[in-house]
Design a protein around this ligand. Structure first.
Ligand code: SF4
Length: 283
């Protein structure tokens, strides 16, 4: 039986993107190919917040107790090696059982599954079919992969997702919510903006791009990236979303980001988990 290293598994409301407001199970896998230490920092500088917390990682025994950060990656414990002990390797049986415990009716009805990270399309692609084929997952109709858009789908996983969408004659949806990382994240453009990878997602589901922005320069970078994705044939929607894992930062730029999205005919994505739940772990 295959296993997945699970950073968090919780039930909440999707706060971002296409399914904003929809009751959702969040399966947060461990591991990421990026660090995104530039978020919330002056351009060219990198945050040390995650590393500073890691120096006292031994004090934390569960995610809910971890501090929130105002700079860098707000889900740092889902990839930082010093927190890997908080993320157990779980079998498909254990994950499916846990999901049935946390959804309201003990079975899938209206709920949507969000597979997030970290970066959920790393090696775990091999393990998802066994989980999604589990008898307790049969009622699931909608999945979103929240990805940074850098990981190609394996031919086997593409084939599996295509079959999953059409199984049992019910309408099922696969969505790729692609949070492509602009230079403000601290990641390199040539490693983060990979249009051919994202175009491939459109072959097996609905894909959209969601850019996290704070400044005019970030918005100009998003325009440049959109040009590259469109040139490669990407047809999905474009969202702008305000930076800010903590409320003070988010509130500062949400309206400006909404106005910038309107001006370009793009969509605005909120981060409902910030005003509703203060972006606490497990929300
Ligand atoms: S890609 Fe996402 S999970 Fe990975 S470091 Fe960046 S913000 Fe964090």
């Amino acid at each position: 039986m295959s296993k997945i290293k699970i950073a968090e598994l919780f039930y909440s409301i999707q706060g971002e993107g296409r399914y904003m407001g929809v009751p959702s199970v969040f399966l947060r896998t461990f591991g990421c190919n990026f660090r995104c230490a530039g978020f919330g920092m002056p351009r060219g500088e990198l945050s040390d917040e995650a590393n500073d917390i890691a120096t006292v990682a031994h004090m934390f025994t569960k995610y809910e107790d971890l501090p929130l950060v105002s700079t860098g990656c707000d889900s740092y414990a889902s990839w930082h090696p010093d927190f890997k002990n908080l993320s157990p390797m779980l079998t498909s049986d254990a994950i499916a059982d846990r999901i049935c415990e946390i959804i309201p009716h003990g079975e899938w009805r209206e709920e949507h599954l969000v597979i997030t990270g970290g970066e959920p399309l790393l090696g775990w692609q091999r393990a998802y079919p066994e989980l999604l084929d589990h008898a307790k997952m049969a009622g699931l109709k909608e999945i979103t992969f929240e990805t940074n858009g850098t990981q190609k789908l394996s031919p086997e996983f593409k084939e599996y997702l295509t079959k999953w969408r059409n199984a049992y004659g019910i309408d099922r949806e696969v969505t790729f919510s692609v949070s492509a990382k602009l230079p403000a994240s601290g990641e390199k453009w040539e490693e983060a903006i990979l249009p051919e990878v994202v175009c491939e997602y459109e072959q097996v589901g609905t894909a959209y791009l969601k850019f996290v922005v704070a400044t005019e320069q970030d918005i100009a970078d998003a325009e440049c990236a959109v040009g590259a994705y469109r040139s490669a044939g990407f047809t999905g929607h474009i969202y702008l979303m305000p930076v800010g894992g903590v409320e003070s930062v988010y509130t500062l730029n949400a309206k400006n980001v909404a106005l910038a999205a309107m001006k370009r005919g793009w969509r605005y994505s909120d981060r409902l988990q910030v005003p509703l739940f203060k972006n606490e772990w497990g929300t």
